[in-house]
Ligand binder design. Sequence first.
Ligand code: SF4
Length: 218
Amino acid sequence: MQKKNYQKRVIEIIDILEKEYSDARTALTFRSPLELLVSTVLSAQCTDERVNKVTRDLFRKYRSAKDYAQVDLAELEEYIRPTGFFRNKAKSIKSFSATLVERFNGEVPASLGDLLSLPGIGRKTANVVLSEAFGIPGVVVDTHVLRLTKLIGLSKNTDPTKVEFDLMEIVPKEKWRLFSNHLILHGRAICIARRPRHQDCKIVDLCEEGIRWKKENL
Ligand code: SF4
C-alpha cells in the first residue's frame, strides 16, 4: 500500500518536473561512450561547463582507450588540471582505459556489471554511461538526487546504493534517466542546498519538507 502511495506521488512529481525541464540530458559534451566515461570521471567536484572546456582539447588529442592507456600520466594531468583532483582523475582514466584495452577490446561495455568491474568506476558513473550513451535505463544518484529524495520523502535511506534501489521500485523504468536528470536540475535551480526556494517550488505540495514549510509559514 505504501509503495503504491509513493508510486502515485512520483508520477505526479514526474509530470510536473517534465513540464518544468523538458527532455533533460546530461550537459556533458560527448560523441562516444568512452568520451562520456572520461567526462563523467572529470565531472566529480567540477562543473559540467568546465569539464566541457577541458574535454574540447582533450578529446582532440586522445581518441581511443589505447591512447589513454598509453598516455604519460604527467601529460594527462596537465590537460585535466582545471577540473580539480587531477592526479586521482588522471590515474583513474589511465587505469580503466588499460582494463578496457585488456578485457573489452578497447570498447566501453554496455552492462552495469562490466562497467562496475572497471577500476575506479562506481554505480553513479556506470548508470550515467548506461543511460546517456547506451539508452539503457539507470537511476543516477548524485548529491542532488540523494538530497532531494530525502527532502521529498521518497526514501529514508542515506546510502546512495540503497536510495538507487528504492527509486527503482517506485519510478517507472522508462523514466529512470529523466527522473534523475530532473531532480539534478531542480536541485540546481530551486531546491538549492541550504537555501531551498520552497516558495517557488512547483512540487511543494508533493514534498514532505515543502508541506512542513507551508504549515509553519503560510
Ligand atoms: S518544496 Fe522545498 S524541499 Fe521540497 S523539493 Fe521544493 S524546494 Fe526542495
